[in-house]
Design a protein. Sequence first.
Length: 456
Amino acid sequence: MLVLRARNVALSLLAVALLFVPLSLYRSPIRRFVEAELPYSIQVDRLLRMGSEGSLAAWFGSVIFIAVALALFVLLRRAGATGERGPLRLAFGVAGLLALDQSIVLHERLLMIWLTHAGSIGGWLPALLALLLLAALLRGGGWAGRSRLFYTLGWALVFAGYLWSVVTALQFPLDRGHEAAAALLKYGGGICLLYAALLRLEGVTTLTTGSQTGRRVALWLVGLGVLFSLATVGFHLLEARVDLDAIDPFRLFFLLDSLQEATIPTFYSFLLWLFVAALLVLITAGDRNSGRRDTRRWGALAALFVFLSLDEAASLHEQLIGLSRAMVSKLAIEHEGLLYHAWVVPVGLLLLLLFVLYIPFFRRLPRSTALWILFSGGLFVAGALGFEMLGGVVVTWAKDNDTLRLGVETIEELLEMLGLAACAYALLTYLALHVAPVRVWVRVGPPGESQPPTHE
């Protein structure tokens, strides 16, 4: 059984949110310290800046609103045909958009478009529309008591954060204090919304997956991966024929490019990592309930996939380039060609070590599950390391061949997404066939006050 204590979840998330504030405000002295102590550069400003795409805080904000959307989705499934479905469906959709916005900061582009075409007077209209949306979100939905209080407070804080951003953009440039305050309001609002949803989910929820669920989900994931790859190719073909900066000064088309950071395809990849991590958490809970011996190994994989979702969102592996090149140079290894992206050396060694450590684990798995996981890992490594190294050859020896570089990098991203989709299929099938239905117990009261139902 997976036990979630609502208060602990909310307080833990709030503590992390508050930790980002001093890191964002004092990122300049942190950067100077890092530059003085390390012989290679790290993008400290981007990583620590609250309210910026590709930052650690942006990943955290996206995770909060993804959790809110997931909790609202469970409530939506429970609502049946009642009148609660409309407000819950709206709240679920807005939470998903907020998760996307935390990752790519879409609202800044939309606001600049509006200000450019509407002028300063019309610039206040987005705030009015936001208030109308807030009123629609607060209507009905079955919220009552404490859950109603935190639900209302949550949306109020979220919209206050966005209103803060709009007002400061209209009146004066955002400085570090304004950025941190606006982001903290949004994070605090998301935490309140999650707490409100957990209050309504109090008790035990049984999660089951059918034998066909994995196939349907995998087909959807593969389809989306192919779609985003085609969108990337289409974007670059368009970019080669027209001046995109002239027809798209706000860079909306660039959000379709999976080869850049903080775009819609990279947000999708980030979601894939989190989805697989969630499946691993459910398997960990199911194995613990059954008393199996591999609970810790499943849990370690879940933690690894959460970290890799952070890497996908914030491109942490790129921070290893300076360190990796220094390492391969010290070893007298040429870091051109295959090793142009030198981070593949330490990452490849870590993956090899992980594979060796998990060989006994794979042997204990059902044969079909082990084969699918190995297949998914092979696909991902072929893209993340194999085509990354091939891309280094292209950059070194055929740097003027944009078409070849586009093809290699697009296939690299596609193979990574296909590998994650195959892994999700393997885990969903394993959940359905080899793990008993997983129960999630949301506790609201203090420890020892309540016990889970035993009849489920």
